[in-house]
Design a protein around this ligand. Structure first.
Ligand code: C5P
Length: 235
């Protein structure tokens, strides 16, 4: 199986809308992400339907709770056979270790377990408001290091931080980067944005792309343009 670098965020208010977008996409060329909006309205059924269509699914529910609850949640996600699931690193090492053990306990587990560092929508001021005086990069590196030591397969971070994490934590660690924008696109609520080309150059493993693709008049055309950009970079 190919290893598509682009993960399309299916952020839709109905299963029908998400499945209609998925029907335009080729599972050989991208993966898809089910986040809080779609999962809240459509539940595990939409995840199963996407998997039946041949997509590998990133279940982006960013669990942040007590160790027992998070472990139980990631375990059922792994049992469903999702490609990737995530927790918040700020939930602590004990929570991440419990999640690791729970995922590993699933027979033939193939689910990547990753941790969110600092949301890409957070500016330095937003972070300071939550009581964290560190700059985003410093906090991201701190949480990424903690996540790796707790057995996570990788982290969610901004591609702006990917090079520093690669340098510190090495190649054997997945860097999943949302906040990707085509040159000239509106940032929307995102703050730490990077183009697809620069994200890959910075060492990102997978690019999460929502509105740049799903909000375009020609989503497939945009995805193709991104894939050409990325293939030129890896030549
Ligand atoms: O539309 P856009 O490209 O901004 O979508 C980004 C997607 O990535 C959203 O589904 C959002 O929930 C998700 N995400 C994020 N920042 C993180 C983790 C996930 O924006 N740190």
């Amino acid at each position: 199986m190919s290893d598509p670098k682009v993960i399309v965020a299916l952020d839709y208010p109905t299963a029908d809308a998400a499945l209609a977008m998925a029907d335009q996409l080729n599972p050989e060329l991208c993966r898809v992400k089910v986040g809080k909006e779609l999962f809240t309205v459509a539940g595990p059924e939409v995840v199963r339907l996407l998997m039946q269509k041949g997509f590998e699914v990133f279940l982006d529910l960013k669990f942040h709770d007590i160790p027992n609850t998070v472990a139980a949640a990631v375990k059922v996600a792994a049992q469903m056979g999702v490609w990737m699931v995530n927790v918040h690193a700020s939930g602590g090492s004990r929570m991440m270790r419990a999640a690791r053990e729970a995922v590993d306990s699933v027979p033939n587990n193939k689910t990547h377990l990753i941790a969110v560092t600092v949301l890409t929508s957070m500016s330095p001021e937003d972070l300071a408001e939550t009581g964290i005086a560190k700059r985003p990069l410093e906090q991201v590196l701190y949480l990424a290091d903690m996540a790796k030591r707790a057995g996570m397969d990788g982290v969610v971070c901004s591609a702006q931080e990917a090079a520093a994490i690669r340098a510190q934590l090495g190649d054997d660690f997945l860097l999943v980067t949302p906040g990707i924008r085509m040159p000239g696109d509106a940032a929307g609520d995102q703050r730490r944005v990077v183009t697809p080309h620069d994200a890959l150059a910075n060492g990102s493993s997978y690019l999460v792309m929502g509105r740049s693709i799903t909000g375009a008049t020609d989503p497939v055309g945009v995805l193709q343009k991104i894939l050409v950009m990325l293939s030129q970079r890896s030549l």
